[in-house]
Ligand binder design. Structure first.
Ligand code: URA
Length: 240
């Protein structure tokens, strides 16, 4: 499939920190080449077939980027700056590009796996309850988990007298009655907290540990990002 666009759009879109006017300057000085030849910033290129280099380094075309963030508490899943810092501020410069957004929301005090991408289509598929993509959480609670909680969650409970939840899977942790894993295939507002609240309990710590078939990388420190390789993207949509 060909992907024809102006050279300045290509370079500015692929390389962080390059404005279109910077591309023009670079072209004037012969620092950007298309298939080995000096190029004009407004010339059309095919991002899939042409070889574009800047100062001798080939620019490998990526239509989208996919970033795994281990979100710390205190950051909001939003693109807009308010009173709190946004997760986008944690994306390192080398991965940053315009159009990035967090695919789905974790609360400000929730930690763990957030996908940051500029791929709206994948985000939609991942978040739609119709796709049944599981999101798994590690949950710590104020009080012991009641014995009937797993069955209540599995049956598809109603929260706040009006919102019907899809069946969710609770896995107990041996010798610990105040912590568990909970897997949901949807993302209602404060859903985990509200589900436990409906059983008379309270979530005191929450961390998302997987999306679809992809686990949060165990070596990724809180606040760190890593780029998800294109070959692994499909795992985000895998049924578990
Ligand atoms: N459920 C919640 O209550 N909070 C989150 O951040 C995610 C799921």
């Amino acid at each position: 499939m060909s992907k024809v666009m102006r050279l300045d759009k290509f370079v500015a879109g692929q390389l962080n920190g390059f404005s279109r006017s910077a591309v023009k300057q670079y072209c004037r000085h012969g620092r950007i080449l298309v298939n080995g030849k000096k190029a004009a910033s407004d010339q059309k290129i095919d991002a899939q077939c042409d070889v574009i280099s800047v100062d001798g380094e080939t620019v490998h075309y990526k239509e989208h980027v996919y970033i795994m963030l281990n979100k710390p508490q205190g950051y909001v899943c939003s693109t807009r700056e308010g009173n709190s810092p946004t997760v986008l501020e944690l994306v390192p410069k080398r991965l940053y590009r315009s159009g990035l957004f967090p695919a789905g929301r974790l609360d400000k005090d929730t930690e763990g796996f957030v996908l940051i991408t500029d791929d709206g289509e994948l985000s939609h598929k991942m978040l739609s309850p119709k796709s049944h993509v599981d999101k798994k959480y590690y949950v710590e609670l104020k009080d012991d988990i009641r014995d009937d909680t797993a069955d209540i969650f599995a049956s598809g409970m109603t929260i706040d007298n009006k919102e019907v939840c899809l069946p969710a899977r609770l896995e107990r942790i041996k010798d610990n009655d105040k912590a568990c894993y909970l897997t949901l295939c949807e993302g209602k507002f404060h859903q985990v907290k509200r589900m436990f609240m409906a059983t008379g309990n309270e979530v005191v710590y929450l961390k998302r540990i997987s999306i679809g078939g992809m686990e949060l990388d165990k070596n990724l420190m809180t606040g760190e990002c890593l780029e998800i390789l294109h070959k692994d993207i499909q795992k985000l949509l895998d049924k578990t």
